[in-house]
Design a protein around this ligand. Structure first.
Ligand code: GLU
Length: 444
């Protein structure tokens, strides 16, 4: 078989949403799986609705996802060629100019170009939907162009696919009913019919069509929320496709190897928001320590980056962040909730909150003094979570932990809720931890 050439042909009339970029992903993966080429065509012939900002958004989104194209074209650049084809179709008797009154009631007569419909049955074998057959009589002599210089969607798609040598048209199910019309045009202009694969719709968790109000976000929103592109790519590729094995986690290269149109399902496929977070978390786990730290730094609140102790504290936060974050964007909400600042600045202490349940102040004070003493024996460079835990648990022995660990945790964080005290000790380090405990003892 000749080399596979697929295309993604978005209209720049909105930001790139999940339904569309899943189509882009499948087209890209199929091309790369077969060693073929991937064409990106911006279908901007609808001049009123097409916007440059949306074209930019589409390009940015595909680049972020790593879906690089082999060829790029704007449909508006092909209008001369569309005109040439229309003229030939008229000359050959496959199309004709129809003088019709404009629908706006202005009485203006327009020269619309209509297709001369042969009124036949048209059938094609869709790679996903199977055999599709339709009688085209009901379509009538459908419109090909508003005038010789303004081709409409069906003509433009057919001509551009033909000229680009597209072998496989992979697109949304909503285009299935357009295909017989497009096949009629192909036959009229002597273009081969490509292989079609109409993808199932992407549905929301309620199994309803996704809409902007219901969880369908532009891909750039996920980028701006601190998701990883490889997670969005992986999660989207699994909507309506699976490899036929239980494997769910894939890199782009692994998807390229595994992807197969034959395994795309027919029925609507669901995008789960929780699942998306799961994919992101899993892909975050795969990041090396170095890359994880770089990304965390990139997303870290600027005001904390400006702290004098930033370079000391930041590396020690990594185990906690690896454990907690599902997206890097969550660093912002953590900071907004006050969950980061006390790791850099000593907290203000409310003595009312320091004691455990009915514990007396003097008991809390004695316990903190003993903890301080025990920690004094731990060298600064061994002030880890496990070492401090071992030391303090040995001190507590068999008695109740709350009267020790609650005052300690509160002295270090000044918060009702925080990571466990050993994690805090490991993050703050020996000097800052000691200073915070001493300050509380003085207060008591
Ligand atoms: N431009 C069309 C759209 O955005 C896609 C056309 C096609 O894939 O054939 O829906």
């Amino acid at each position: 078989m000749s080399k596979v050439i697929t295309r993604f042909a978005p209209s720049p009339t909105g930001k790139l949403h999940i339904g569309s970029y899943r189509t882009a992903i499948f087209s890209y993966l199929y091309a790369k799986h077969t060693g073929g080429q991937f064409v990106l065509r911006i279908e901007d012939t609808d001049r009123e609705r097409s916007k440059k900002e949306y074209e930019d958004n589409i390009l940015e989104s595909l680049e972020w996802l790593g879906l690089s194209h082999d060829t790029f074209v704007r449909q508006s650049e092909n209008v001369g060629r569309h005109k040439e084809v229309l003229e030939k179709m008229i000359a050959d008797g496959h199309a004709y100019i129809s003088k019709e009154e404009a629908k706006d009631g202005s009485g203006v007569i327009k020269e619309i170009i209509r297709f001369k419909n042969p009124n036949i049955d048209v059938a094609f074998d869709d790679l996903i939907r199977g055999h599709v057959s339709m009688n085209t009589t009901d379509l009538g002599d459908f419109v090909l162009a508003k005038n010789i210089n303004e081709p409409l969607f069906h003509l433009a798609v057919v001509v551009d696919d033909f000229d680009a040598g597209i072998t496989h048209v992979i697109r949304g199910e909503d285009h299935t009913s357009n295909t017989p019309r497009q096949i009629l045009i192909q036959r009229a202009i002597g273009a081969p019919t490509p292989i079609y694969a109409h993808l199932p719709l992407v549905l929301g968790e309620d199994k309803q069509k996704l809409s902007k109000r219901k969880g369908a976000l532009p891909v750039t929103d996920y980028r701006d929320m601190g998701y990883l592109p490889e997670a969005i790519l992986n999660a989207s590729a699994m909507i309506g496709w699976n490899p036929g094995t239980p494997q769910e986690l894939f890199t782009k290269d692994e998807l390229t190897v595994a992807f197969d149109l034959a395994k795309v399902q027919k029925g609507g496929a669901v995008l789960g928001v929780e699942k998306l977070l799961w994919y992101n978390r899993e892909h975050m786990k795969k990041l090396s320590d170095k890359v994880f730290a770089e990304k965390a730094k990139e997303w870290f609140p600027e005001d904390l980056k400006a702290r004098e102790n930033f370079s000391e504290i930041f590396p020690r936060l990594m185990p906690m962040l690896r454990d907690r974050l599902a997206t890097f964007g969550e660093l912002k909400s953590m900071h907004d909730d006050g969950e980061l600042v006390y790791l850099f600045d000593a907290p203000s202490i409310n003595p009312e909150q320091l004691c455990f349940k009915t514990q007396s102040r003097s008991d809390a004070k004695v316990n903190l003094e003993n903890i301080l003493l025990a920690l004094g024996a731990v060298p600064e460079d061994a002030f880890t979570k496990s070492k401090t835990e071992e030391t303090i648990m040995a001190l507590i022995g068999e008695v109740s932990r709350g009267p020790f660990l609650h005052p300690l945790r509160y002295a270090l964080s000044g918060r009702d809720r925080s990571p466990d005290p050993f994690t805090l000790l490991s993050i703050l380090g020996k000097d800052a931890s000691t200073a915070r405990i001493q300050a509380v003892i003085a207060l008591l």
